[in-house]
Design a protein around this ligand. Structure first.
Ligand SMILES: [Zn+2]
Length: 154
């Protein structure tokens, strides 16, 4: 008995599916995005057991599983821990035209990294350890893009 798949040319289509969706970010991130939008403040939250400060905040500590209800206002400055230069265009996903830089910024007062754009600097000038500051959008909507990007501290 022959398998029909052995006798048929396999035809493959490549494509993309745009799937609109809506979801709640939950109480912890709602507070975080609300403070960013309404008061232009970046907060983290601290574990009462190990002291680790998360930004963006989390509900539970990854290390101790304790509730994280202790909010800590952060100064908006930090250090680039790592980065990548994006050189391909993907206008449906990327917030700006390539080439541009995504970095992981460890904000002062926090113990975790925040992934965001690094701008106002040429990609080849970005370095691990570079000091940066958050630049907030003039009109904020309660999204991660309320932080426009991080730029080097002059
Ligand atoms: Zn902890």
């Amino acid at each position: 008995m022959t398998d029909w798949k052995d006798e048929v040319e396999e035809i493959v289509f490549e494509g993309k599916i745009a799937v609109p969706y809506t979801w709640t970010v939950g109480s912890t991130l709602s507070k975080w995005y609300g403070e960013l939008r309404d008061n232009a403040k970046i907060w983290g939250n601290r574990c009462p057991s190990c002291g680790k400060v998360y930004v963006p905040p989390k509900i539970k500590c990854n290390e101790c599983y304790k509730d994280l209800n202790d909010w800590v206002m952060l100064p908006g400055t930090g250090t680039i821990e790592t980065y990548t230069v994006v050189n391909y265009e993907e206008p449906d996903f990327h917030p700006k035209k390539a080439p541009f830089v995504y970095g992981i910024v460890k904000m002062d007062g926090a113990d975790t990294g925040l992934v965001h754009l690094i701008d106002e600097v040429e990609p080849e000038q970005v370095k691990v350890g570079m000091r940066v500051e958050a630049v907030l959008a003039e009109e904020r909507e309660g999204t991660i893009m309320d932080i426009k990007y991080f730029r080097p501290i002059a």
